[in-house]
Structures are given as structure tokens and as C-alpha cells.
Design a protein around this ligand. Structure first.
Ligand SMILES: C[S@@+](CC[C@H](N)C(=O)[O-])C[C@H]1O[C@@H](n2cnc3c(N)ncnc32)[C@H](O)[C@@H]1O
Length: 470
């Protein structure tokens, strides 16, 4: 039955938001229906579609009664752009929906009967909060129905911006975006213009031809430093065009203190490369968090909401409740942000990180901030922890894994380290729930989970949790 399509139009009330931002309601027969673009509080007419195990997908045909929480979206690209999903829902409801999703994940995927999930921590600035944007070049521009009706308009074979929702083969040539600072969009426009006039085509994974691949713009919110990384195919003869563009960006925007050129021969659509050339500046920018200064290289992970990250990390430090003589392990430590904030209060912090560039940054950051009680170890966390607490027994272990959550070996190795407290920072409630459940089967008790909304208008939510040894 699953995967089959049902037909027919039904009317229903949307009562909540699911992961990913789709509205959920129930048919008269009690079948759960998931509707893209709908909001809690709306009564909608929908066309039923594919039948999944626990719900049926449906397409929104008409809003019969508007939700009291509906607001006008700010962006003209809203509705099809893959960047935002919730601009049409008022912010308090977004926050509540995210906290509910965390609670549900812990109940349904983690098996916690009454998970200790706190109220969500709101983002102070719901627009202009992103300090990093990754824009993609494409040779098939996404067109709105109005643009399709005006065939004379626009270069349809060139675009630089974001993917439309669910369409990896198309690019929206962004005119505006309200998630980053306005200067990010100004930089984008200069690069759009230069790219379109360069005579070089965007790279496409259809034929693996073309030059321009990605544009990454990063902002040091507290330092005013900007980094632009231009990612292209490997065409040594064309490098002069990137160099000219780099100088132009630096002259037009004095805040752009670093421009790098990353060369990629990869056939995959990923914004990395095998060679990095620093064209302008030192090759990194700096950011300030919690009174410390951090250097950020083009490839290194750094939280994309500076102010939100500061509050998240403050919470992590508070939950760790460190005593002066204590040792901390920061597993998945990136450029050492949490590790260094904890080092100021601990005897010693040991950070574990896979990315060599991030480890270089972490060591440089320790030096920059005069924190000598830190050690950063490069390697795969699962392999490094296999030998037990060889860097000394930790009192606190911080875990901040990527979206996929803890590697199964890390899950089972962490309890064996014998720490009294675990602080788990997560960007994915589903993997968080499964990881917490496993850790709690191995001698820990879940004390609190605090959702932090660092990404308004998107379905993403960050959580910081505390577990203590039983
Ligand atoms: C969500 S980030 C957290 C970074 C840091 N705690 C912060 O807040 O900036 C996850 C980090 O885990 C690293 N990572 C991914 N897989 C890893 C592995 N197998 N072993 C160690 N580190 C890994 C990534 O490179 C990334 O820096």
C-alpha cells in the first residue's frame, strides 16, 4: 500500500508543524495528512497524494480559512526558495513548533516518556543573522511563472543563488535574501554580474563542464571582517579572471579582508576543493564569541549565527558546571570554540576533530587567546576514543557532532570514559534522540534539553542537553 497515490480533494484543519516545516492535519477517518506550505491554524483544501507508512502526502489547493498566526513573508523568493520555509508563520509560533518537534523526537525516536525539554530560546534577530552563505552557480535558472511568460527577460543559462526547494537541477538567481547581512547580497550581486560577463559558463553535474561552481561569503560579525571564497573548476588559463574579480571585490568592499580561490575537480556538487589559493589578505577571518577571538578558515566549521552561538555556548558552559581542577573532552571540537570557552574555567581541555584545517585553527585560537591548558588532537573521534581516556580521565565530555549524530562506536565508547557529566550540543533532534536513548541505557540520566532557535524561518533547531552519570 505504501507509496501508492490516493486521489481526491479533502478539507481539513492543520494543527501542527512536522520536521521540515510541513503542516499536519487529520482527515475525518483519522488519517494524518502532511501538507507542504500549510500552517497551524489554517483550514485547507488539499489534493491527496502518496501514502506513506504513518501519513499521506497532500498538495495544498486552497486556504479556506487563514491562520491567526499567518504573516506576510518578507522575501519575494519565498514559497519556492529552499532557504526559508516559515517566513509566513509568526515567530513565537515558529519557536513553539520547534520545541514541540524536539519533544516529539525524544518521545517517538528516543522512547523518553516525559523528556525534560525546556522552552525554546528565541533568536534575538530573526533576519540578517547568518554569518555564512553558500551560493551556487547553475546553468539552468529557475523561473517563476511570470518570468516564463516573458521570454525576452533574463539570461536563462546563468544563475547564482540558492536552489529552489527540492530542485537540485535549478538555481534561483537571487535578487534578495534576508537571512545574511545585506552586504552578503551586495557581494553576491557583484559576483553575479562578473560571472555573467566573464564569458565562462557555470559548472554543471549533468556534463561536468563549466567553470564557476560556488561562492561562499563569510562574515566576522563582531570584527567586521569578510571572507569571500570563489570555487571553480580547474582551468589554469582562466585564473586571471578570478584574480581580477578578487581585486574588484576588495576595492568595492573594503570590509572584504580575505578572498580565496578554491579549485575543485570533484564531480560531486560539494563546495570544497583540492587546492586553495589565497588571493587577498591572510586567508581567514576572525570572530569574537564570549570574549574570545577565533580565526576561521574557508573550510572550517563555524556556527552560522554568531549571536545565537554565543548564547548556545554560554548554556553549554553553564551546564558543564566546571570546577577549576576538572578535565574536559570536547569531541567534534571544530575550531575549538566550546573547548576554549571551557578552558578558561577548567584545568585542561582536550579537543578531538577530524578536519586538519579546523585543528590548525583550534591550535591558533588557543594561542591567540593565551589558553595554554588545551590539546587538540586530529583524527576520527571513533578511532581516537577507542583506546579509552588516554589523555587523562575526563570529568566532563562535550559532544557536538554533525547532523548524522554520534558514530555508533562513539556512542558506546563515551560512557566508558567515566565522565560525571556529558553536555551534548546537537543540530538534529532525530539523531539526538537516538543518541541520548543509547547513552541513557549505559549509565546516564537525561537532565535537561534546551532548544535554541538559531535559524529563524528555516526548520532547523539546535539543542543543548545535559546528562549525568547515575
Ligand atoms: C557541528 S560541528 C561542531 C564544531 C564545534 N563544536 C563548534 O561549535 O564550532 C561538528 C564538527 O565535527 C567534525 N567531525 C565530523 N566528523 C568527525 C569525526 N568522525 N571525528 C571527529 N570530528 C568529526 C566536523 O569537522 C566539525 O568540525
Amino acid at each position: 500500500m505504501h507509496g501508492e497515490k490516493r486521489s481526491g480533494i479533502v478539507e481539513l484543519d492543520i494543527d501542527r508543524l512536522a520536521f521540515g516545516g510541513k503542516g499536519l492535519g487529520k482527515t475525518k477517518e483519522g488519517r494524518v495528512v502532511s501538507v507542504e506550505g500549510s500552517l497551524p491554524g489554517q483550514r485547507v483544501r488539499v489534493r491527496l497524494g502518496r501514502v506513506r507508512e504513518h501519513f499521506t502526502e497532500a498538495r495544498l489547493e486552497e486556504v479556506v480559512r487563514q491562520s491567526p498566526h499567518a504573516v506576510s513573508p518578507r522575501c519575494t523568493h519565498f514559497g519556492y526558495c529552499g532557504g526559508c520555509r516559515l517566513q509566513h508563520l509568526d515567530y513565537p509560533q515558529q519557536l513553539e513548533a520547534k520545541a514541540n518537534q524536539v519533544r516529539e523526537a525524544l518521545e517517538l525516536l528516543g522512547g523518553f516518556a516525559e523528556p525534560p525539554v525546556e522552552q525554546g530560546v528565541a533568536c534575538r534577530h530573526v533576519y540578517g543573522y547568518r554569518n555564512k552563505m553558500e551560493y551556487t552557480f547553475g546553468d539552468v535558472r529557475w523561473l517563476t511563472p511570470e518570468e516564463i511568460a516573458r521570454p525576452d527577460q533574463a539570461d536563462r543559462d546563468f544563475a547564482l543563488g540558492l536552489h529552489p526547494r527540492g530542485r537540485w537541477d535549478r538555481i534561483i538567481h537571487l535578487e534578495e535574501c534576508h537571512l545574511p547581512h545585506a552586504m552578503s547580497v551586495e557581494i553576491l550581486k557583484v559576483v553575479q554580474d562578473a560571472g555573467a560577463r566573464s564569458g565562462l559558463r557555470p559548472y554543471t553535474t549533468r556534463t561536468h563542464e563549466g567553470y564557476w561552481r560556488f561562492l561562499i561569503v563569510r562574515q566576522g560579525v563582531r570584527t567586521g571582517q569578510w571572507l569571500v571564497d570563489l570555487i571553480t573548476s580547474d582551468e589554469p588559463r582562466e585564473q586571471v579572471k578570478v584574480e581580477t574579480l578578487a581585486r574588484h571585490l576588495n576595492e568595492t568592499f573594503p570590509g572584504v579582508t580575505t578572498v580565496t580561490h578554491t579549485i575543485s575537480s570533484s564531480r560531486a556538487a560539494v563546495a570544497t576543493g583540492e587546492e586553495e589559493r589565497v588571493l587577498i589578505g591572510p586567508g581567514f577571518i576572525e570572530e569574537e564569541i564570549g570574549g574570545l577571538r577565533f580565526r576561521i578558515s574557508p573550510r572550517a566549521f563555524f556556527q552560522t549565527n554568531t549571536e545565537g552561538a554565543e548564547r548556545l555556548y554560554e548554556e553549554a558552559v553553564e551546564l558543564a558546571a566546571l570546577g577549576e581542577g576538572e578535565r574536559v573532552y570536547d569531541v567534534y571540537c571544530g575550531t575549538g570554540t566550546i573547548a576554549l570557552l571551557m578552558a578558561a574555567r577548567a584545568r585542561e581541555v582536550v579537543g578531538f576533530e577530524l578536519e586538519a584545517a579546523a585543528v590548525v585553527d583550534a591550535r591558533a585560537n588557543a594561542e591567540l587567546n593565551g589558553l595554554e591548558n588545551t590539546v587538540f588532537v586530529e583524527g576520527d573521534a571513533a578511532k581516537l576514543l577507542r583506546g579509552g581516556p588516554v589523555w587523562g580521565e575526563p570529568d566532563v565530555v562535550v559532544l557536538d557532532p554533525p547532523r548524522a549524530g554520534l558514530h555508533p562506536d562513539v556512542r558506546s565508547l563515551v560512557p566508558a570514559l567515566g565522565a560525571g557529566r556529558l553536555v551534548y550540543v546537537s543540530c538534529n533532534p532525530a539523531t539526538l534522540a537516538a543518541d541520548l536513548a543509547e547513552i541513557c541505557r549505559n549509565g546516564y540520566e537525561l537532565k535537561t534539553v534546551i532548544p535554541h532557535d538559531m535559524f529563524p524561518h528555516t526548520p532547523h533547531v539546535e539543542c543543548v542537553s545535559l546528562l549525568t552519570a547515575c
